[in-house]
Ligand binder design. Structure first.
Ligand code: NAD
Ligand code: ZN
Ligand code: ZN
Length: 347
């Protein structure tokens, strides 16, 4: 089969021919229908050799931590899914045994690091291939009639903002404001989730006019270029008090200080982006009772919920499809900022 693999540190990924894997006991082999391209892949491919191998990632590694497929073959003992089922992959694999996993919160598994359990495409062989192995049917959720190419990215670009936003919903009733920084793959879905679930006015920042146009297209109430004037504009738009919740889908040196500085008293700042930013804070530097969090991905039940939002027509991922052979170009386009929404590999 063909697979899009990261084969050498610092080099662009390549399409290679490898044998179709066979499912071991308890595993499931999927015929992949779609695999989404995430900025985190770019982050992983930007790690030094020491950092990359230090994470326990294999080389070569098939990319893709957003996956959807049709169940193709069952490993011994698997009986909760059937050959032919259309499924989406829950990517943050955990042990299934610890307290967090028992609640479907495998993204916060307390045993995964020690046991070497890693997500597909982020330490395990991922979804950008004609077939992929899923280690346990627990890591599949039913996709049903949803189009896999349109919806595969809900497994990360939907689930991650959904998880982040759900924590702040009690603060986002009618008359409140939410700020979204970065209207890319995650951000443009986050805007739709905020509009669907909260009463907040959604103010979106990006550095790219086309991304702000996409933000308006998916329902943003206000859009602003993310520059030195943005803080003042957000304060103006919020009557001087700031935003009740800020979601930073960039996480860079320029954005995290901006995010905390526009959070209202008792507001939430959620940093999702892995952009190398940080902020020092103490009394006098941020508003009273601002809560700051750094979430990772989301819970299994939340993936089912975000797919239900798509079924209800409340979330529509803007997709740019690429063939597997064109996969390297998808990553080049992501790096140059020219993807509108999410790039998806269709094998
Ligand atoms: P993306 O490239 O699709 O989108 C990023 C957007 O941010 C683009 O629209 C870009 O123009 C915009 N941007 C860049 N610099 C900006 C700035 N200074 N101010 C405002 N906007 C700016 O990326 P993505 O796939 O949506 O991922 C977003 C981030 O989230 C990445 O850092 C990724 O690694 C991270 N991520 C984190 C998790 C998690 O669990 N915490 C999960 C998935 C992705
Ligand atoms: Zn991701
Ligand atoms: Zn666990």
């Amino acid at each position: 089969m063909r697979a899009l693999r990261y084969v050498a540190i610092g080099q662009a990924p390549e399409v290679v021919d490898i044998p179709i894997p066979r499912p071991g006991p308890g595993q499931v082999l999927l015929k992949v229908t779609a695999g989404g391209v995430c900025h985190s892949d770019d982050y992983v491919m930007g790690l030094s050799e020491e950092e990359y191998l230090g994470q326990g990632y294999p080389l070569p590694m098939t990319l893709g931590h957003e996956g959807a497929g049709i169940v193709h073959e069952l490993g011994e003992g698997v009986d909760t899914v059937a050959v032919g089922d259309a499924v989406a992959v829950y990517g943050p694999w955990g042990c299934g045994y610890c307290r967090n996993c028992s609640m479907g919160r495998e993204n916060y598994c307390t045993n995964a690091a020690a046991l070497g359990i890693r997500p597909p495409g982020l330490g395990n062989q991922g979804s950008m291939a004609e077939y992929m192995i899923v280690d346990d049917p627990r890591h599949l959720v039913p996709l049903g009639d949803l189009d896999p190419v349109k919806n595969v990215s809900l497994t990360d670009a939907g689930l991650t903002p959904y998880h982040a936003i759900k924590r702040s919903l009690p603060k986002l009733g009618a008359g409140t404001s939410a700020v979204v920084i970065g209207s890319g793959g995650l951000g443009h879905v986050g805007i739709q989730i905020l509009k669907a679930l909260s009463g907040a006015r959604v103010i979106v920042l990006d550095v790219n006019d086309q991304k702000l146009e996409l933000a308006r297209h998916v329902g943003a109430d206000e859009t602003l270029i993310s520059d030195e004037t943005a803080v003042g504009r957000i304060l103006e738009l919020t009557g001087g008090v700031g935003a009740d919740a800020v979601f930073d889908f960039v996480g860079a040196k320029a954005t995290i200080p901006l995010a905390v500085s526009v959070a209202a008293v008792e507001g939430d700042v959620t940093v999702v982006g892995i952009g190398g930013g940080e902020v020092a804070f103490g009394f006098g530097t941020i508003n009273y009772d601002v809560a700051v969090r750094i979430p990772y991905w989301g819970y299994r039940n939340e993936l089912i919920e975000v797919l239900d939002l798509a079924r209800a027509g409340k979330v529509d991922v803007e997709v740019q499809p690429y063939s597997l052979d064109d996969g390297p170009r998808a990553y080049a386009d992501l790096a140059s900022g020219s993807i509108r929404g999410r790039a998806v590999i269709v094998p």
